[in-house]
Design a protein around this ligand. Structure first.
Ligand SMILES: [Zn+2]
Length: 250
């Protein structure tokens, strides 16, 4: 008896066929921890990347900085970090609080709005599924941002009868070609970031309120994670990787 052959894993579009990408995350620093090396490679390849954040991260930090100062501090840190990896269009959804994010209808609508404005072929977001091997990567806000984004990508962005108020604003439906998820329990698609790793470290260093207390341990920690991803993906010894799971939408 022959074994049933497994479904082939979805393969990404070649970067040369992607003009625009949208990244949606819950907090400042999430895109950099999960994907800064990959984003640097995408922008180097000429892809225009837009970063959309669902909150300003006002529950983050490790000192007694007044809480009301955190949103502005973290927004500035994110803009500096994104600039390191070639991302200059950084946007924030208004009206959602760090720590309390839910995949509400309102949040989905704001993500659909940006999808229809940016018209990306590729979307990268956080896994809506909890990864118990590394629970801190699955902060509840990350699951919410991921869930809202997946629902926005399919079906809402491409369905002209979803959010008719957006159509009235002139925002036509948009079909996304592929979806990438960070911190998913099954991360089958590695991206070799050996060449962009130093920019990932520099990007994370811009998030001073979140990483300054780590000192040199920041790079050590990032290198250990990236080495682990590369080893799990069977890349050569000494290589570094970020890892994702992919969906293709026909
Ligand atoms: Zn986060």
């Amino acid at each position: 008896m022959t074994e049933p052959s497994p479904m082939p894993r979805p393969q990404p579009l070649p970067d040369s066929e992607v003009e625009r990408a949208l990244v949606v995350v819950a907090h400042p620093d999430d895109a950099d921890y999960g994907a800064a090396g990959t984003l640097a490679a995408w922008t180097d390849a000429g892809i225009e990347v837009t970063l959309l954040l669902c909150t300003r991260g006002e529950q983050g930090g490790f000192d007694d900085t007044p809480r009301e100062q955190m949103p502005a501090i973290r927004e500035a840190e994110q803009r500096a970090a994104s600039a390191v990896v070639g991302v200059h269009d950084v946007r924030f959804v208004q009206g959602h609080s760090d720590g309390w994010l839910e995949p509400t209808w309102e949040l989905q609508r704001e993500i659909v709005r940006v999808l229809r404005e940016v018209r990306p072929q590729r979307v990268l977001t956080q896994s809506p599924e909890r990864w118990y091997d590394r629970l801190q990567a699955s902060h509840p806000d990350h699951l919410a941002a991921g869930e809202a984004t997946v629902r926005a990508v399919y079906p809402a962005s491409e369905n002209r009868f979803a959010f008719p108020e957006l159509l009235e604003e002139g925002l036509e439906p948009w079909h996304v070609g592929e979806l990438w998820l960070m911190a998913h329990p099954q991360m089958g698609h590695p991206v070799d970031i050996t060449d962009t790793f130093s920019r990932k470290v520099k990007a994370l260093q811009q998030h001073t309120s979140q990483t300054a207390h780590l000192g040199d341990r920041l790079e050590t920690m990032l290198r250990a994670w990236a080495s682990g991803n590369a080893a799990a993906a069977g890349l050569a010894e000494g290589r570094l990787a970020e890892a994702f799971t992919l969906s293709r939408l026909n």
